[in-house]
Design a protein around this ligand. Structure first.
Ligand code: ADP
Length: 515
């Protein structure tokens, strides 16, 4: 029997899933790595750590499945967006990988917002004006790390680097290229004008290919240790954003995909480019006639995890003793409080925010506290704040997609029935939860099947997605949310003038350095 590995190189870990050609899962492996944050606004990872994580994950998933009766025919790749690595002439890294969360280019982002060049680049590429973008990381490196910038022979992202390590071929598929801010949204080629602006040339970038492009063969030394045939195919795959949208089946324009994992996103496919005059949304070409529009949100499940660790340490211990999932215990506590948390509002902007604020200085807050509020109110308002924030991004998205035809939701947060129902109530719309939990790897596997000529069109992924659960809005609840959400949105506008002041204060006086 033939198998395909769908592998997802995330920001915190790499997950590999082994599928047969019918989409049945035969094994999973997950390997984490360190995020370096020893300087303010820094968020780097070591490419060697990530490469080793992919190697171990693939090795482990194959070993565990004990494939006596078959072989892996393809490995297909999903990966984090916006990473950047400088390589020398021999393809050796001169830097770690700068992740999307590295905010050090902020000064150049502010300058490009001010002088209008940022908006012009957004119109040409679909990448919002934000330090996550490799284009801004290049400006920062050119101006502040000229020693590295001038020595760099090639600029790549983590997926391109890893595939090069395995295959000796340096290629980049268009969805990942779009997320660099260097790809012209109309021509689907590297944008000469922007390359000139940042001071690099096309020769320093990988050759552009389609997500279904496949490379045959792996360096023999890796084939051996990983238990792979030397003629295995490496399928380029796409960004995690594109693949997790495809993997829940949100392929037709107007179908909304919500993902709340560590971060969060709301996305929809469009058959033509959609550039937001206010610059709030990205628009990335993925493949022929398919553009992904949406808003990336920093503060998803990571905020629930923060509340879980910072406010509910005792419950965490109790859950351990009771052998209960501690997140489930907290959602049970939150259920005791009515929808709307009796008027307690939480803004989840603990790590700055991309959509909808695009402000790296944004900070969180509880608002409306009175003496009747308890920690149960606090945890419910944290969950509601995460969902309200997503909803406020969706308001911008709806200007392009119209009212959603369907809403599909995935990610760790929708493991809880409270989270699912909250989405339906806030959106006042049915919310469908597909069974396939690992949507990114599933879609990577599907792209490999397309690449091998075993499938023809993206829409056919639906047969691998499995059964769905539907959640319907509750009228008595959404009327409360209708009154609270406008306050939530107005409040974030009111607070925005103070975000920089408090962030500057924290940079000066608070010890935010983390190992
Ligand atoms: P990633 O994006 O890193 O793959 P996941 O999709 O696994 O993340 O989601 C992780 C998040 O899911 C955690 O940060 C946490 O907030 C949330 N989560 C984990 N378990 C539960 C649960 N039982 N109920 C609700 N939310 C949960």
């Amino acid at each position: 029997m033939d198998y395909i590995i769908g592998i997802d190189v995330g920001t915190t870990s790499t997950k590999a899933l082994l599928y047969d050609l019918n989409g049945k899962i035969y094994g999973k492996s997950n390997k984490g790595y360190k995020l370096y944050q020893t300087l303010p606004d820094m968020a780097e990872e070591d490419p060697e750590d990530i490469f080793n994580a992919t190697l171990q994950a693939i090795q482990e998933v194959i070993a565990k499945a004990n494939l006596e009766d078959g072989r892996v025919v393809a490995i297909s790749w999903s990966a984090q967006q916006h990473s950047l690595i400088a390589l020398d002439d021999n393809f050796n890294p001169l830097t770690r990988t700068f992740t999307w969360a590295d905010n050090r280019p902020e000064k150049y982002v502010a300058e490009y917002k001010q002088n209008g060049k940022g908006m012009e680049m957004y119109r040409r590429t679909g990448l919002p004006i934000h330090p996550m973008g490799p284009v801004y990381k290049l400006l920062w490196l050119k101006n502040e790390r000229a020693d590295i910038f001038n020595k760099t022979a090639y600029w790549v992202g983590i997926k391109e680097y890893i595939i090069w390590r395995y295959t000796n071929e340096l290629k980049e598929e268009i969805s990942m290229a779009a997320a660099t801010g260097l790809l012209n949204i109309k021509s689907l080629k590297w944008d000469d004008e922007i390359l000139r602006e940042v001071g690099i040339t096309k020769n320093q970038l990988p050759e552009l290919v389609q997500p279904t492009y496949k490379i045959k063969g792996i360096r023999p030394e890796y084939a051996k240790v990983m238990g792979l045939d030397e003629d295995v195919y490496f399928v380029m795959g796409a960004t995690d954003g594109a693949l997790s949208t495809i993997g829940v089946g949100a392929i037709k324009p107007g179908v909304l995909a919500i993902n709340i994992g560590t971060s969060a996103a709301v996305r929809s496919f469009s058959d033509k480019p959609a550039i937001d005059p206010k610059g709030r949304l990205y628009c990335y070409p993925i493949m022929e006639g398919k553009y992904l529009i949406g808003g990336p949100i920093n503060n998803g499940g990571i905020i629930f995890s923060w509340a879980h660790d910072a406010l509910f340490g005792a419950e965490k211990e109790t859950a351990k003793l009771l052998k209960m999932d501690s997140f489930d215990m907290l959602t049970e506590i939150a259920k005791k409080v009515p929808a709307g948390s009796d008027g307690l509002i939480f803004h989840p902007y603990l790590g700055g925010e991309r959509a909808p604020l695009w402000d790296a200085n944004a900070r969180g807050s509880f608002f409306g506290l009175n003496r009747s509020h308890t920690r149960a109110h606090m945890i419910r308002s944290v969950l509601e704040g995460i969902v309200f924030n997503l909803y406020s991004v969706t308001i911008a998205l709806k200007e392009f997609t119209g009212e959603p035809k369907e809403i599909l939701a995935a990610g760790g947060f929708v493991q809880s029935s409270l989270g699912r129902q909250m989405l339906a109530d806030v959106y006042e719309h049915d919310v469908v939860i597909p069974e396939s939990y690992e949507s990114g790897s599933l879609a990577a596997m599907f792209l490999a099947k397309m690449s091998l000529g075993l499938e023809n069109k993206l829409e056919d992924i639906s047969k691998y997605i499995g059964s769905e659960k539907r959640y319907t809005p509750d009228e008595t609840v959404y009327e409360k949310y209708r009154k609270l959400i406008p306050i939530y949105i107005r409040l974030s506008r009111e607070l925005s003038s103070e975000y920089k002041n408090i962030a500057d204060y924290q940079r000066e006086f608070a010890n935010t350095e983390k190992e």
